[in-house]
Design a protein around this ligand. Structure first.
Ligand code: ZN
Length: 85
């Protein structure tokens, strides 16, 4: 991904999967999400399948497992890229 300022970020499927912001993964209303209960995900879950632009502000990322409810805002992706862990 190339940003407006010219810097580039490369994302791995596993990192994006673990950062999935959807309600199922993150939990909602104080309830734990799926990713809070799991320590491992299958290769299928971690493999990027498709990326679709959502308006001007985000991308929707689908994984080989069929999980595609995560909407990643560019702001989100940018901070993921800066987090080197
Ligand atoms: Zn999710």
């Amino acid at each position: 991904m190339t940003w407006e300022d010219g810097s580039q970020s490369v994302y791995r499927g596993d990192k994006l999967r673990w950062a999935c912001p959807c309600a199922e993964c993150r939990g909602e209303m104080g309830a734990p999400g799926r990713l809070d209960r799991l320590e491992d995900l299958s290769t299928e879950e971690l493999t990027l399948a498709e990326v679709a632009l959502v308006g001007q502000y985000a991308v929707q990322i689908g994984f080989a497992s069929g999980h595609s409810t995560g909407i990643y805002t560019f702001r989100n992706l940018r901070s993921l890229a800066e987090d080197r862990s």
